[in-house]
Design a protein around this ligand. Structure first.
Ligand SMILES: [Zn+2]
Ligand SMILES: [Zn+2]
Length: 198
């Protein structure tokens, strides 16, 4: 391959080949040569610095979340019995509306379920409105059955608490077959009906 004739863009001198041009610039145009060789590295270093500044906090956050997410492998009963601490960072705070009707009579869901001595478990009630609060620092699929575990009430195909009979569970207008396994979603509207046959 024959060497191409090139022109120095700083002084207009004609040279043969890229190598000769580079040597010429190095010898005759020192500041431009430095700019040419150093600036690309500087740009790379700056880009890396900016990228780190922008993404490092998010990366560390993700790492921390991954650590808490692995806690899903721990015993579920343990998660249900844990209390929130002031240092917990909530990754989820959702509300579910629960209504329990026994023979068409509304049963009051008491306030303070999952609250002991002012300390809140991840699932709890604040008042008797039937709103279940799920405030959790870990990513865990809390179910309707979990709420009854926190409440310490029976919930299966035959009984809800002390009320036994034909149990029907409607979630957002749909009948649910195995409601104890239903994973609660924000703003779910849940009605549990017990027909005791009396
Ligand atoms: Zn809440
Ligand atoms: Zn709360």
């Amino acid at each position: 391959m024959s060497k191409k004739e090139v022109t120095c863009k700083y002084c207009g001198r004609r040279l043969v080949g890229g190598r000769a041009l580079k040597d010429h610039i190095k010898a005759k145009h020192k500041p431009q040569y430095l700019l040419m060789t150093v600036v690309p590295y500087l740009v790379i270093v700056l880009v890396i610095a900016f990228a780190s500044a922008a993404f490092l906090p998010q990366y560390l956050e993700d790492l921390r979340n991954r650590n808490t997410a692995t806690e899903v492998n721990v015993n579920p009963e343990d998660i249900l019995n844990r209390f929130l601490t002031p240092t917990d960072r909530l990754i989820k705070h959702i509300h579910v509306f629960l209504s329990i009707r026994v023979d068409n009579q509304e049963i009051t869901i008491p306030p303070g379920i999952g609250i002991v001595g002012g300390r809140e478990k991840y699932m709890h009630t604040h008042d008797d409105s039937g709103i279940i609060h799920i405030e959790t620092p870990i990513d865990y699929p809390f179910t309707l059955g979990d709420f009854f575990k926190v409440w310490d009430k029976r919930f299966d195909e035959n009984c809800v608490g002390e009320y036994c009979g034909n149990v029907t569970v409607i979630v957002n207008g749909q009948n649910i077959e195995t409601p104890w396994n239903y994973v609660l979603e924000n703003q779910d509207n849940i009605t549990i009906e017990v027909d005791t046959g009396k």
